[in-house]
Design a protein around this ligand. Structure first.
Ligand SMILES: Nc1nc2c(ncn2[C@@H]2O[C@H](COP(=O)(O)OP(=O)(O)OP(=O)(O)O)[C@@H](O)[C@H]2O)c(=O)[nH]1
Length: 321
């Protein structure tokens, strides 16, 4: 006579095999007493091989791991554990397919270990493993997109160098640093000469190209990581030079002026040189002259204005006092 099967047990069995997470039950000796289809498929260990086996014999690399400790906590102390995904990315060798297994690209896993009381028997424990690869992938993508967005927020759309917002943040930071350490901080304001005439003569598109070429060449001259060149306005650029005194800044400004001229970008209405040139104003904050940011910018602006007034294609430093 066939043995009558309990329909509710049959149902439970089917449900366990249908759920889309790994379910493993260990007895008090850590022997596997339940192993669902999900585990067979992703661990590539058939149920017949798993049932009755010592759990750590199936996953020897887990000996001494957090999973091992969590099982111990559940069986001996009745403590449940949720293994943080960020600390335990993929403890089990579980793979979506054979190709992933060859590359050791494991499913990203969230693991919960729960004590289970069984009447008339010593305590068991249930291990649940959830595949969180999609969520982790989405998070990674979001993180990468955030980085790209952040860099775009701080970059000028036309030239790709730092924008005005980036300048504002950087000058604040460098001003604070200069105040704290008593180090000098210099600022250059650079303006392309006769740029309106350039646009009028060559057209706005050529004007844009000129801005791109000049800004790239000048930004390339900055060698220290804390130096920053930003597009301050239309054809105006600002250069922050931390730890740079007035003499060093004037030297740097002169090198930048010469570099712009050496690009030899033809400018029919660009003054005597016949090429695109820049005028530069230099201002410095020092321990002896501890000006605030607005004054520093104002001083550089005034120096730039004098450079324009005195004939352009030149560097002028702030007047003392
Ligand atoms: N092509 C282009 N032109 C710009 C851009 N931003 C500002 N400009 C132009 O730059 C010109 C600046 O002109 P002005 O401020 O009169 O100064 P300038 O002609 O350079 O003369 P000086 O500074 O006195 O030597 C204006 O004609 C603006 O339209 C830009 O993104 N692209």
């Amino acid at each position: 006579m066939p043995i009558a099967r309990d329909p509710s047990l049959e149902l439970l069995h089917s449900v366990l095999n249908a759920i889309t997470l790994g379910a493993v039950v260990l007895d008090s000796d850590r022997r596997v007493v339940l192993w669902n289809d999900w585990m067979s498929s992703y661990a590539q260990i058939p149920r017949e091989q798993a049932l009755g086996a010592d759990f750590l014999a199936l996953f020897p690399a887990l000996r001494g791991s957090r999973v091992d400790a969590a099982i111990d906590q559940a069986l001996r102390h009745h403590f449940p554990s949720l293994l943080s995904q960020s600390l335990n990315k993929a403890p089990f060798p579980l793979y979506a397919n054979a190709a992933a297994a060859r590359l050791d690209e494991r499913l990203q896993q969230a693991v919960a270990v729960t004590p289970v009381e069984v009447s008339g028997a010593a305590r068991h424990c249930l291990i649940q493993i959830t595949d969180v690869s999609i969520a982790v992938g989405r998070e990674k993508l979001l993180r990468e997109q955030t980085l790209v967005l952040r860099s775009q927020t701080f970059a000028d759309g036309l030239t790709g160098i730092a924008n005005r917002r980036h300048f504002d943040v950087a000058i604040e930071r460098e001003h604070r640093r200069a105040r704290r350490h008593g180090t000098p901080l210099s600022l250059l304001m650079i303006d392309i000469d006769h740029f309106k005439a350039y646009n009028d003569h060559y057209g706005h598109q050529k004007g844009d190209q000129c801005l791109i070429q000049v800004s790239a060449a000048l930004a390339d001259m900055l060698r220290r990581s804390a130096d920053l060149m930003a597009r301050y306005g239309g054809e105006e650029f600002a250069v922050i030079l931390p730890d740079t005194d007035a003499a060093q800044a004037a030297q740097m400004a002169e090198a930048i002026r010469a570099r712009a001229q050496a690009l030899a970008i033809a400018h029919a209405h660009g003054g005597d040189s016949g090429v695109v040139t820049v005028s530069i104003g230099v201002a410095t904050r020092s321990a002896a002259s501890p000006v605030d940011i607005d004054t520093l910018i104002g001083n550089a602006d005034r120096a730039l204005y004098r450079a324009k007034k005195n004939g352009r294609n030149r560097v002028e430093a702030q007047l003392p006092g």
